[in-house]
Design a binder for this molecule. Structure first.
Ligand SMILES: Cc1ncc(COP(=O)(O)O)c(C=O)c1O
Length: 399
């Protein structure tokens, strides 16, 4: 019989094998959680990264230039209050024209070195006890990683035991399922126990539309305050800004705490200057009128590119499987990625390998998520998609 340490070793070996030769060099499977976006720099023929959910339009150019220019001041500390970037973000997130109160949002906000820093911070300050995910069996793994690092027991989302910390990703990465605001609030009211913390990740919700706020918890300050006062349920809204503004390398995230007092509590625990001067300048510019056009284009083009990508996948599916195609292509129309279920492990494995060989890496579902028949691909411009589709023209199938 295998001891538990043998089982762990076997799991690690399996995971290492799964990750593949390239990404294996990067992630330490014993201590770290696999994440996409690492293979590109090993590929001599790299063209485009389909393995991450960043904006297909790339990085906004005015903001990028401002981030570069900011390095001229790297001999100085970043501002301790994260200003003016923090106010700019609050105004952008909660504009008066939509009837929102940016000052309230600002008082509850903290910027971080990517959302990852803030996920970890909120996890550590949450009351001890069980951790569970939102209603998706497969969900972005960083929340679970932080919970395990914080020595919490992870229980399934439908476990009747009360979780002191629940984390829900909406829209969910990687499956692309989405709860509209009323459904989301109902879910929280019904599943959160009193005196608990509920983190909701809305990083990918920005793609919803140019009025994304109205279908987001950003517009629900009163409901959040009320839930806190009446049931002591603390709803934290998490945003990674590295996806919509395609700036994963400079690290930028924010959290909205349930109250200004709780934001102060969190601030006490945050390492100072965790957001550097380039990232702060970048944020100022993306929130300004200079980059309005970039966002308008994002909302206009992403669903079009996504629809055309799906069409091409359907044609490919037909050519490979005949009329009996059964691939599942999941996710809301507005999202920056597609979650593909080939219903065949051999095909999924081959898809990841062939994409890598063609310089267009994708995110294998088996790594971390243990979804062996699936891959996640980003929404990208039609020319880039053609390279991926061409690489997949002879995908293997099990018999
Ligand atoms: C849903 C979601 N939330 C948060 C993050 C963390 O992002 P970052 O630390 O780059 O801001 C990611 C990254 O993939 C993500 O997909």
């Amino acid at each position: 019989m295998l001891s538990s340490s043998d089982t762990t070793q076997n799991e690690i070996k399996k995971e290492q094998k799964i990750i593949g030769a390239l990404a294996e060099k990067v992630w330490d499977a014993k201590t770290q959680q696999y994440h996409g976006g690492q293979e590109w720099k090993f590929l001599d023929n790299f063209v485009e990264d389909f393995s991450v959910t960043t904006n297909g339009l790339g990085t906004p150019q005015f903001a990028l230039q401002a981030a570069k220019d900011a390095l001229n001041f790297c001999g100085h500390y970043p501002p301790g209050d994260q200003e003016p970037a923090k106010s700019d973000l609050a105004k952008w997130m909660a504009p008066a024209k939509l009837g929102l109160d940016w000052e309230n949002v600002h008082s509850r906000m903290l910027l971080g070195n990517g959302a990852s820093e803030l996920i970890d911070l909120v996890t550590r300050i949450s009351p001890k006890g069980y951790w569970k995910s939102g209603p998706n069996r497969v969900q972005y793994k960083e929340y679970e990683r932080s919970a395990i690092a914080d020595k919490r027991e992870v229980i399934p989302y439908n476990d009747p035991r009360p979780a002191s910390l629940t984390c829900l990703v909406n829209p969910n990465n990687p499956t692309g399922t989405y709860m509209h605001i009323e459904e989301l609030k109902k879910y929280i009211e019904e599943t959160a126990v009193d005196n608990s913390v509920f983190m909701v990740d809305e990083s990918m919700q920005i793609w919803h539309s140019n009025k994304f706020q109205l279908d987001s918890l950003i517009s629900q300050s009163e409901w959040i305050e009320n839930l806190y006062k009446t049931r002591n349920i603390s709803v934290y809204i998490m945003h990674s800004w590295t996806k919509i503004w395609s700036c994963t390398g400079i690290r930028l995230g924010s959290v909205l705490c349930p109250t200004a007092e709780l934001a102060s509590e969190l601030k006490k625990l945050q390492v100072p200057w965790s957001v550097n001067i380039s990232a702060l300048r970048f944020l100022e510019v993306v929130c300004s009128e200079q980059e309005e056009e970039f966002l308008n284009k994002t909302w206009e083009l992403t669903p079009k590119w996504r629809a055309s990508e799906i069409e091409k996948l359907r044609v490919l599916e037909k050519s490979l499987t005949g009329e009996s195609g059964n691939w599942e292509l999941s996710g809301e129309d507005f999202l920056s990625w597609i979650w593909i279920d080939f219903k065949d492990e051999v095909t999924a494995e081959d898809a990841a390998e062939k994409a890598r060989q063609a310089g267009v890496p994708v995110r294998p579902g088996k790594n971390g998520y243990k979804e062996y028949t699936k891959v996640r691909i980003a929404v990208r411009s039609p020319e880039k998609v053609d390279i991926l589709i061409n690489a997949w023209k002879d995908l293997k199938r099990s018999n």
